[in-house]
Design a protein around this ligand. Structure first.
Ligand code: CIR
Length: 260
């Protein structure tokens, strides 16, 4: 169960956030704000305390707080994002993390290692890490070394197509894994019960488990039904404006339990 969530209000500059899908158009800022509000409301209804950070106009993608650090039950690991326009977000997040983790349990990924939290998927005490355009071999090596120091484990998953690992695969507890595209047949996830996401709803592979409710992006009926049929309570939140800049539900929050 998670007790805490951190989110950051999207800034106006988000309309110029990094995107691989310019054909979807630019986000509508007012609608993005409204969707962010609904997201926070959904999280709160799952029984967590939500800390809302102010918008950072200098960092267009800063609402995607998930990429700045990885928060585990033992330690916090500050990331080193490869995207140059995003790297400075980490230093601005660290003082906040210090309110939730003792300083001697805050670790760092450092150059030449790069790592973004969207590439990290937690399954109990094991962390799968996507090797992507944003997360490199040295970043993964450092990350696993830190995990091991705290009695946790990690393994690398090479990515071929998606931006981040969790763009295409997400664990929703109870041994259930949402898998799409390149992840459907990956040997890494063989031992899980796979809920296969159809190609035309691939974006909805990025759902979040929040204390036994699964939050699903609005507009993906097959995925919603698959998750409900697996026995979960669900909530839907529209993330259409974040999708335009490659963001999904998980990217918009850090979900954890404070150690302080
Ligand atoms: C980026 O390219 O960094 C942002 N436009 C999207 C980040 C999505 N974050 C995530 O998957 N964790």
């Amino acid at each position: 169960m998670y007790k805490n969530v951190i989110v950051r209000k999207p800034c106006r500059a988000m309309v110029g956030g990094i995107t691989s899908a310019p054909e979807l158009g630019k986000p509508n800022y007012d609608l993005a704000l409204e969707q962010h509000g609904a997201y926070i409301k959904a999280l709160r209804s799952c029984g967590v305390e939500v800390r809302e950070l102010p918008a950072l106009e200098d960092y267009p993608d800063s609402c995607f707080v998930e990429d700045t650090c990885v928060l585990t039950r033992e330690c916090a690991i500050m990331d080193n994002p490869a995207a140059p326009t995003r790297n400075g977000e980490v230093a601005l997040m660290e003082p906040i993390i210090k309110e939730f983790y003792p300083v001697d349990r805050i670790e760092h990924i450092t150059a030449p290692g790069t790592l973004e939290g969207g590439d990290v998927m937690m399954v109990g005490d094991h962390f799968y890490v996507g090797r992507s355009a944003r997360t490199n071999a040295e970043g993964i090596r450092q990350f696993i070394e830190i995990l091991n120091k705290y009695g946790l484990e990690g393994s690398e998953v090479p990515l071929e197509k998606v931006l981040h690992l969790k763009t295409g695969v997400n664990y929703i507890e109870r041994n259930n894994m949402l898998v799409s595209g390149e992840f459907i047949d990956k040997p890494d996830f063989e031992s899980f019960h796979k809920l296969v996401i159809p190609e035309d709803e691939a974006y909805a592979a990025n759902c979040i488990w929040m204390n036994d409710t699964v939050i699903v992006p609005a507009g993906y009926p097959t995925v919603l039904k698959t998750i409900q049929d697996a026995g979960y309570k669900t909530l839907t939140v529209d993330t259409s404006e974040y999708r335009k800049i490659d963001g999904g539900l998980s990217c918009l929050s850090l979900r954890f339990t404070s150690l302080i």
